[in-house]
Design a protein around this ligand. Structure first.
Ligand SMILES: Nc1nc2c(ncn2[C@@H]2O[C@H](COP(=O)(O)OP(=O)(O)OP(=O)(O)O)[C@@H](O)[C@H]2O)c(=O)[nH]1
Ligand SMILES: [Mg+2]
Length: 234
């Protein structure tokens, strides 16, 4: 709780039994509720998350966006914080981000990983890919983001309902920032970034290509659901 605002941390998880405990253990006292959305994991993610103190909700449809949207919509806090279940995003920054949001009367903060990431936490190809997508987003939408793919956001839960989101996949990360920057009081803030716990499951070139195609889709079909035939990655 901060100045009367209840705080929820929400975490989408697909097979994160190795990282979810560390992720949850690092979350500070100021947080009132931790919601993990188990995306039909075949490992022990659900039990590990419950034992570590999270409320677990389930989402059978596979995809980062499906799982994250279910977690966000299940949260009860006035302020929602999103993270991954692999201990990459900095629990130690939650309190200062929430304070910045409340004290500056903002609606949405997106964490920018690039200034503080390390060689261990982020590969050079990812950094170059993010910078490229930042520029494409600028050309298409006229907004310059510093980290269009960051998955750590801190926002007023009621403002989420004002966003027109059509993504249920990796593209949610780009879409929510474009929507928030257009419709809400939006800012980016530097965050720490840590090495992943557990193995990656995504095919990053496919995800990157789909992220690129999505930006064009969103620009020219802002209200249409991203079609399945353009989907390249799970
Ligand atoms: N890969 C994958 N992750 C999912 C899915 N559903 C939920 N997630 C969770 O979404 C979060 C982000 O996924 P990550 O695989 O960490 O994606 P990333 O951070 O871009 O890449 P790496 O950390 O390098 O693997 C993690 O907590 C995942 O467990 C899914 O269908 N596929
Ligand atoms: Mg990750």
């Amino acid at each position: 709780m901060y100045k009367g605002n209840k705080i929820s941390v929400v975490i989408p998880c697909y097979n994160e039994e190795k990282g979810i405990e560390k992720t949850i253990r690092k979350i500070p006292e100021v947080v009132d509720e931790i919601v993990v959305c188990d995306n039909n994991s075949s490992d022990n993610t659900k039990v590990v998350a419950m034992k570590a103190g999270a409320r677990v909700v389930g989402e059978k449809k596979r995809g980062y966006g499906f799982a994250l949207r279910k977690a966000i919509e299940s949260a009860r806090g006035d302020i929602t914080v999103t993270m991954d279940g692999d201990a990459t995003y900095p629990a130690e920054d939650i309190e200062s981000l929430v304070k910045y949001l409340v004290d500056n009367k903002l609606d949405f903060i997106s964490g920018n990983r690039l200034p503080l990431c390390t060689r261990e936490s982020m590969h050079l190809t990812n950094i170059l890919g993010i910078k490229f997508l930042n520029w494409i987003a600028y050309l298409l939408f006229g907004k310059m983001f510093n980290d269009i793919l960051s998955g750590m956001w801190v926002f007023r839960s009621d403002k989420y309902r004002e966003l027109k989101l059509v993504s249920y996949d990796w593209n949610l990360s780009e879409e929510i920032k474009i929507e928030a920057a257009n419709k809400l009081d939006f800012a980016e803030k530097h965050i720490n970034h840590h090495k992943r716990v557990g193995d990656t499951k995504l095919l990053k070139w496919r995800v990157g290509m789909e992220n690129l195609i999505f930006l064009f889709w969103k620009r020219f079909n802002p209200n249409a659901v991203f079609p399945l035939w353009l989907k390249l990655a799970q």
